[in-house]
Ligand binder design. Structure first.
Ligand SMILES: [Zn+2]
Length: 672
């Protein structure tokens, strides 16, 4: 029996891949990788061509298998697949840790870097420098007993972080609210009420049961007219996994937060950094902690006056002094009154096929690309489409799958995932293939899916990631597309592309009434465009509060003094926030992005990339959003270069100067 996961070329045969293929494929490919690595590092005189290129090849083969497994795990609803995935995920993480500490490989890389520095090109040198940096960050250069301590720290951290996350999930699931009287749900969207009725029914209860998940939390806080319902939800949500609120002390993350910060600090010191923030920046675009802090404080100072005005206006509108649990509710009312354009009313104007066709037209005008839907490609679901991309000369340069709608068992959210990376050395050429996955509302009957404008922006965002991945000209997979791009710059192409979904020149291309084909009426268009900057100040100061809190926490930690989590949060709030929070608010106890996710000392990346994207887009402002010459410069300097060059250098080459914040402030209606 051949294992479809182990096919070496062409597109993966997704329709044939089963749960029982996962473990044998991963075991085989890891064994092959290990053998290759042993043979490569046994060479007496390794060179870039004899060691690095075959190493890239072996990584490409391993990644090809694992990418498909990861992808199917996210889009299929199959218990057996999930089990196989989880088992292999642990094994693979161990193997990566082993490679990260491979002394022979490290020494060979260092030797090649020294011997061939005069003959290798910039991309090859960057590849070696990144490898050596990652070895250093994996503790390879440490003396033996410290290496041992480093491994212990990694294990303890992994354990503490997953316990943190578990506590948040358990606390979230632990709390529910039973409602007997439908009047208490006044104002709530019909969908949320129906979900609550179904939740009650499935537990044999009468009435409605509100669980504490994110959609319910936002539905209650934005729409429920009942103030005490909002307050109870707010308290339950903002005290999760803490020493306060309805489940006080039962899933308390207090000690874990201290432990995580302590372990991170020790790891950083072991590797020669003075703080975890410095360690985090070793792989990012921002140069040092003071640059990040300066960046965040500067933005906070610029947004705060606008946020203050927005909040005052909201209090006037509501006719009362607002508590934290009132803000979203009155904001929603004000938004509706002022912009009177509902997402639901826009849906018939954004049928998916029209949006996709218009989105392709935009990419075609910018980069001279053509898109062809291809029939007969093996996929994981009948709704999935495959598109081939050709360049001006008609050469096929990339492809992607589009899986647009929500399904039972499919993971929520939207993402771009790399299926096959570009590779082009040693006589072989592999074109990049991506997956664009969204969770739009499925259509009824034969009608096409109808998108909200918010959905349209999401699709453009993921398409932006996709173009970054697919238009790369870099031949080494570890630097091609998104690989090797610093975390704080990776959202540049996606947020750049989002801007197109808001342009008056683009909206007619992506909209047409599903039944009549009529264009989006001018008044709706104008209201939609005006609604873009609604409460931009309040949103920005909230994000800046999170970012400053995260960054200061990881900069200021000192052993013996403790983490000062809520002291720092209080200081940041005094500096940045305009809405007062109740003393019981324990939001940090459930801040998974920084305590258990990948954003530790990195939450600032959201704003950082937003500045880059808005500034890059503003290059088009003088000559028009479709200016092909500017687009070509963007493609050549940034989009096609992946991780092969320093991002700041690339940005300066494109823009003629360093990034500025004014274009973002203008986009948000904060600056003229
Ligand atoms: Zn993104």
């Amino acid at each position: 029996m051949t294992n479809p996961l182990l096919a070496r070329d062409g597109l993966p045969d997704f329709a044939s891949i089963r749960a029982e293929h996962v473990e044998p494929a991963v075991t085989t490919i890891v064994a092959r990788h290990r053998d290759t690595l042993a043979a490569l590092t046994a060479q007496p005189e390794p060179t870039f061509v004899s060691l690095i290129e075959p190493f890239e090849d072996a990584n490409h083969a391993l990644t090809r298998v694992w990418n498909s497994v990861q992808h199917l795990n996210a889009v299929l609803d199959e218990e057996r697949f999930r089990e196989a995935y989880n088992k292999c995920r642990v094994a693979l993480a161990d193997y990566h840790a082993e490679v990260g500490q491979n002394q022979a490989l490290h020494d060979a890389c260092a030797q090649i870097r020294e011997k061939e520095s005069a003959t290798l090109d910039g991309t090859q040198l960057k590849l070696l420098d990144d490898l050596l940096r990652d070895f250093r960050l994996a503790g390879v250069a440490l003396p033996t007993e410290r290496k041992q301590r480093f491994r212990e720290l990694m294990q303890q951290l992994a354990k503490a972080q997953s316990k943190f996350e578990e506590n948040v999930l358990d606390a979230t699931q632990d709390w529910t609210l039973e409602i007997r009287d439908e009047d208490e749900l006044a104002g709530m969207p019909a969908g949320a009420v129906a979900r609550a009725a179904a939740a009650a029914g499935s537990r044999g209860l009468d009435g409605w049961l509100l669980t504490l998940d994110e959609p319910n939390y936002f539905a209650v806080l934005s729409h429920a007219e009942n103030t005490s319902l909002r307050q109870r939800f707010y308290e339950a949500w903002t005290t999760r996994a803490s020493d306060r609120g309805p489940s006080a002390g039962r899933f308390d993350n207090s000690a874990l937060m201290q432990e995580i910060l302590e372990l991170r600090h020790e790891t950083a010191e072991l590797l020669g950094f003075s703080s975890y923030a410095e360690l985090s920046l070793a792989t990012k675009m921002a140069a040092d902690p003071s640059e990040v802090l300066g960046f965040l404080r500067d933005l906070a100072a610029r947004y705060r006056p606008a946020a203050g005005r927005e909040f005052e206006e909201l209090q006037r509108f509501s006719g009362r002094s607002l508590d934290a649990w009132d803000v979203s509710f009155y904001a929603e009312r004000l938004r509706r009154e002022r912009h009177s354009v509902s997402e639901e009313a826009l849906r018939p104007y954004f049928p998916l096929p029209r949006v996709v066709e218009g989105m392709f037209a935009v990419a075609s005008r910018l980069y001279g690309l053509s898109f062809q839907a291809r029939e007969g490609v093996s996929t994981w679901h009948p709704e999935v489409r495959y598109y081939a991309i050709t360049d001006k000369s008609g050469r096929e340069i990339a492809g992607f799958y589009l899986d647009p709608c929500a399904r039972e068992g499919k993971r929520g959210g939207a993402w771009m995932h790399d299926c096959i990376s570009r590779k082009g050395f040693g006589g072989t050429r592999v074109i990049p293939v991506a997956q664009l996955v969204c969770n739009f509302t499925p259509p009824v009957g034969d009608a096409p899916p109808l998108l909200t404008h918010n959905n349209v922006v999401t699709l453009f965002h993921e398409f932006g990631h996709g173009l970054h991945f697919m238009l790369t000209q870099v031949d080494y997979p570890s630097l091609a597309g998104i690989a090797g791009v610093p975390w704080d710059a990776v959202e540049l192409p996606s947020q750049f592309m989002e801007q197109y979904a808001w342009q008056p020149e683009v909206l007619p291309l992506i909209s047409a009434h599903v039944d009549t084909g009529a264009p989006l009426p001018t008044d709706m268009l104008e209201k939609l465009l005006a609604s873009r900057v609604f409460h931009a100040g309040l949103h920005a100061v909230r994000q800046l509060e999170f970012a400053l809190f995260d960054f200061r926490l990881h900069t200021e930690y000192r052993p013996g003094r403790g983490a000062r989590v809520y002291d720092i949060l209080e200081e940041v709030r005094r500096e940045v926030a305009v809405i007062r929070f109740p003393e019981s608010n324990r939001f940090a106890h459930a801040f998974m992005h920084i305590f258990s996710g990948g954003y530790a000392a990195g939450y600032y990346s959201y704003k950082w990339a937003e500045v880059l994207a808005a500034d890059a887009f503003s290059a088009f402002e003088d000559t028009g959003v479709f200016d092909a010459a500017v687009a070509l410069r963007f493609l050549d300097s940034i989009l096609s270069r992946g991780g092969s060059r320093d991002v700041m250098e690339a940005f300066v080459e494109f823009r003629g100067r360093k990034p500025e914040v004014t274009p973002l402030l203008r986009k948000d209606g904060i600056a003229a």
